[in-house]
Structures are given as C-alpha cells and as structure tokens.
Design a protein around this ligand. Structure first.
Ligand code: SF4
Ligand code: SF4
Ligand code: SF4
Length: 281
C-alpha cells in the first residue's frame, strides 16, 4: 500500500496535476507519524502509511501557509474524506481545487480509536483515486452509530450538568481543539473578539463553560467525528461525547449526517418554508 501511495503521488507531481501532496511521514518513534508536504517527485519516499496515521490532514486545506503551496493532493481516510465534503458544501474549497487520494482503512490508533469501532466509511465516500482494496461500507443503524453515548445518556440531567462542570473546570483555554479542527475556519474566532467580548478569555469555570459549549454548538450538524479535538486536548476532556451528542440531535431532527453525501443540503444553512418551527415564517 505504501508503494502504491508513493507511486500515485509521484505521478501526480511529475504530471503537474498537483503542486503538493499532503500525506503522512514517519514520526520520531515507530508509533508516531507526522504530516508531510511533498512538493518534489524525488521526495515521495517520505510518505508512509500505517495504523498510526491518526491525523485528519484536511485541517491543512484551510491554512494560509499550506494553501500557498498550490493545488494539493490530499491523502484521506474515509472519516477525513467527510470533512472534504463539508468544506466543499460550505464553499471553503472548490471540488476542482483539490485532488482526493483516498485510502481504505481498517482502523487507526493504539488502542483502536473509538470512531473506528463504529466505522461505516472504511472506503472513503469521495475520491479521485483510491489506494488499497475497496471494501463495502457497512450501513450501521442509528443506535449503532451513537452507541458510545449509551452510558452518558443514562445519567440524570443533574448528573450530566455536574459531569460537564467537572470536565470544563480542567480546560486551560489553550484552543488546541479549535486549531486542529478542520471545520473551525473563521478568520477571527469568537474567543478573540473583545468588542463585545462574548467569552471571558481567562480559564475559570464560567468562561470555560461558555467556550466549550460555544465551540461544540458551532460544530453542531457539521462535525464529522474525526476525534481530533479530543485527541489533542491536554486536559483529557471527552469533547467527543459532546460532539457526538449534538450530531445525534442533528440527525434526529434534520435527518442529516454531515459528509456522507455531497448532494445533501446542509442542515444549518438551508431555508425550508415547510420547517415545523415558527421562527422561519
Ligand atoms: S473511522 Fe474508519 S476510516 Fe476513519 S480511521 Fe477509523 S476505520 Fe479508518
Ligand atoms: S469538532 Fe472535533 S471531531 Fe468534530 S470535526 Fe472538529 S476536530 Fe473533528
Ligand atoms: S484543547 Fe482542551 S484544554 Fe485546550 S481549549 Fe480545548 S477543551 Fe480547553
């Protein structure tokens, strides 16, 4: 698979189909990888592929530094490919401006990432080229998709409130969660605004609650569950529980799953006069 990936990357660079390939390179230890940006065909040997390729590289589609490198080919697992669909639907990238190099994937992380236990995108749902043997994606039921919320949802309202208060107390407001998120792309985040100042910048209980709830709500109906925000959180806050809960509510209420189908209308920015809520009338 690594050789096939390198060969494809070389072809794309030699033919000037793309200017850069966003991929995974070896990390400082065998259990780590790191993002690499290959601009020369002779450097494709720096690309690797293994179970430690956890990062969602699509976050680099939004960054000015990497945008400057020209048209990218990006290596995406099935979960990462969902981000590309959302970015296209939200007009952040044009389909023709990115070459999608999909890889089939049976899971990442050691131990296996939670998202991989309920994966229905082992083969990406969008790609220009696919590396690896195509596997049929298994359709999961609504309950299977949100099984990781089972324990959480058994808690009382009071229990949930106390749980989150305790979790958010740990937040140090480092903003790693929003920086890594490929779908947090505002030029100026609400936390940086001070006129008016919506969110207290210091790390204390009240400001932390505003920040974490605001971040999660800005991703509601958009988050594709790559788990990157939770992976990078130095305070070990289970952000994915919150993201997943909002995704479940979005699907229940709008019958919408972000990143699954490029023809679907976006849940949060589609006007429908038949909406059963009065506020749209
Ligand atoms: S969720 Fe699926 S595509 Fe994504 S890393 Fe896990 S197994 Fe691979
Ligand atoms: S909120 Fe977290 S899980 Fe969702 S897309 Fe952003 S980084 Fe990925
Ligand atoms: S990464 Fe964790 S600690 Fe940092 S701002 Fe986000 S929730 Fe808070």
């Amino acid at each position: 698979m690594i050789e096939a990936l390198r060969k494809k990357a070389e072809e794309l660079l030699r033919s000037n189909t793309v200017n850069v390939v966003f991929g995974y390179g070896e990390g400082s230890t065998p259990e780590r990888t790191r993002p690499v940006f290959i601009t020369k065909p002779e450097d494709v040997n720096k690309l690797t592929w293994n179970q430690y390729c956890v990062y969602n590289l699509t976050t680099y589609l939004k960054r000015q530094e990497t945008r400057k490198l020209g048209k990218p080919a990006i290596i995406v697992k099935g979960c990462d490919a969902k981000t590309v669909i959302v970015l296209i639907k939200e007009s952040q990238i044009k389909r023709e401006d990115v070459y999608i190099l999909g890889v089939t994937c049976q899971g990442v992380g050691e131990p296996l990432a939670v998202k991989c236990k309920a994966c229905d995108v082992h083969t990406p749902r969008i790609y220009d080229d696919l590396v690896g043997e195509k596997v049929e994606n298994k359709e999961l039921s609504f309950d299977e998709r949100y099984a990781e919320l089972d324990e959480y949802e058994k808690m009382s309202e009071k229990g949930k409130w106390e749980f989150w208060q305790k979790q958010f107390e740990k937040c140090i407001k480092c903003y790693a969660c929003s920086n890594i998120c490929p779908l947090c792309f505002c030029d100026r985040c609400i936390v940086e605004k001070n006129q008016p100042q919506w969110i207290d910048p210091s790390a204390h209980a009240r400001g932390n609650l505003s920040w974490n709830v605001t971040r999660a709500y800005h991703l509601a109906g958009r988050c594709i569950n790559c788990e990157e925000c939770q992976r990078v959180c130095p305070a070990d806050i289970p952000l994915n529980l919150l993201n997943k809960k909002l995704a479940k509510e979005a699907e229940k209420n709008f019958n919408y799953r972000p990143g699954y189908n490029i023809d679907d209308e976006l849940a949060m920015s589609t006007y429908n006069a038949k909406d059963n809520q009065d506020f749209v009338k």
